[in-house]
Design a binder for this molecule. Structure first.
Ligand code: SF4
Length: 88
């Protein structure tokens, strides 16, 4: 288990949605850009805090799925996604 923060910078996001196929917690938001919805995963019951503003989406999770988040970040062609481990 690790606690980590996922960030999507909306300026950088192009709505290509390579992230969605790597991590189903990424979804298309009302603005046509990527956002994060912990309830969107059809298999796992996720629990996370999400703050979605005009500039960026910041989500914090405490689970064992940081690798999926990192794969989504690696797949993003515009480097809009950042994954950062948070130590408390
Ligand atoms: S892959 Fe990157 S650019 Fe594409 S929707 Fe996801 S965050 Fe946005």
């Amino acid at each position: 288990m690790s606690r980590y923060e996922l960030t999507v910078e909306k300026d950088a996001c192009d709505g290509i949605f390579a992230c969605l196929t790597r991590d189903p917690r990424f979804v298309e938001g009302a603005d046509g850009l990527a956002t994060i919805d912990p309830d969107a995963d059809p298999i796992y019951d996720c629990d996370g805090d999400v703050v979605d503003t005009a500039e960026r989406v910041v989500a914090t999770f405490d689970d064992d799925r940081i690798d999926e988040a990192r794969q989504a970040a690696a797949a993003c062609p515009t480097d809009a996604i950042a994954v950062r481990e948070v130590n408390e």
